[in-house]
Ligand binder design. Structure first.
Ligand code: NAD
Length: 285
């Protein structure tokens, strides 16, 4: 298939705005779609902040001028038909709710050009859960960004058995051209590569703490010194945010998970210590 030029991002929340900005910064024309004018105006504010963050974080090529040019490559829309009429690639980053996503794909399949590729940024759903609603299972796959995409620039690319290999390659190429490191998965896997590695580490760290085996600082120090990793699991928890960690624990049916949720709530959430975002979590910042 021909290479991807026009991108539409559906949902301009935390990840959608980062996806839109990262592509625009690398020269793509982007349309950012959300439901309401209020959501769009929140997105505008988020994108303006992101432009400053690219400069502050010394992203290669980020200057006052280049980041403003990138902002100007993004057009906002609250009309789905208008937003996707010329899309080569539509990346969906709406809330992690299968009902919302399915309803959106049903509308999208009727409105988008037949050749457009759809990609979901879902963290926990498999593309197989959604493909039957897209009207084009051969042109559908997952493209999973990490939060803080300008620094943590992996893009996990995961198709279903229906995904056309040429479409998969075109999305890998798009990821590379938008400054990302494509992580190619050969099969579907819940959690992709990253969370398949990270979640067991975080769970094991929680268990060591809950069982009174060692303190967070000791557990982190062990991981850092013995593996050479720059951060330990509790430092990672602070970056992810303890509210997110709490929500994940509450939803997890595994034994021990509710005890971890209760621990996080009593010691951190209820005290407003939510991690780096609030200046304190397992550590002070
Ligand atoms: P978010 O709640 O910050 O943003 C969701 C946005 O979608 C909101 O702006 C909302 O107004 C909009 N929206 C709701 N329904 C819509 C619809 N029908 N059409 C268009 N827009 C709609 O969510 P988020 O954290 O950005 O997560 C979005 C997706 O990205 C999820 O699938 C999540 O799993 C995935 N993801 C999130 C992270 C993260 O760290 N937050 C990381 C990787 C992937």
């Amino acid at each position: 298939m021909h290479s991807i030029r026009n991108l539409t991002v559906l949902g301009t929340g935390v990840l959608g705005s980062q996806i839109a900005y990262q592509a625009a910064f690398h020269g793509f024309d982007v349309i950012a779609y959300d439901l309401t004018n209020d959501a769009v105006s929140d997105a505008r504010a988020r994108l303006t902040k992101l432009a400053a963050v690219y400069v502050a974080d010394d992203v290669v090529g980020a200057t006052a001028e280049s980041t403003t040019t990138a902002l100007n490559r993004i057009r906002f829309s609250t009309d789905l038909a208008d937003a996707v009429s010329e899309a080569d690639l539509v990346i969906e980053a709406v809330p992690e709710d299968i009902g919302i996503k399915r309803a959106l794909y049903e509308k999208l399949s009727a409105l988008a050009p037949a050749g457009a590729v759809f990609a979901t940024n879902s963290s926990t759903l498999l593309p197989s859960d959604l493909k039957d609603f897209t009207g084009r299972p051969d042109r559908f796959l997952a493209l999973h960004y990490a939060n803080n995409v300008w620094r943590q620039n992996t893009a996990e690319v995961m198709g279903t058995t229906d995904t056309d290999p040429a479409v998969y390659e075109a999305v890998v190429d798009f990821a590379r051209r938008s400054g990302l490191e494509p992580i190619e998965l050969k099969k579907e896997k819940a959690g992709y590569v990253l969370n398949s590695l990270l979640v067991p580490l975080l769970n094991a760290a929680a268990e060591l703490l809950l069982e009174g085996i060692a303190a967070p600082e000791t557990i982190d120090k062990t991981w850092r010194i013995a593996t050479g990793a720059p951060t330990g699991p509790f430092q990672i928890y602070d970056v992810i945010g303890l509210k997110t960690a709490y929500n994940v624990a509450v939803a997890n049916p595994e034994p021990g998970s509710q005890a971890w949720a209760a621990y996080l709530k009593a010691n951190y959430i209820d005290k407003g210590k939510l991690g780096t975002a609030t200046g304190e979590g397992f550590y002070r910042y």
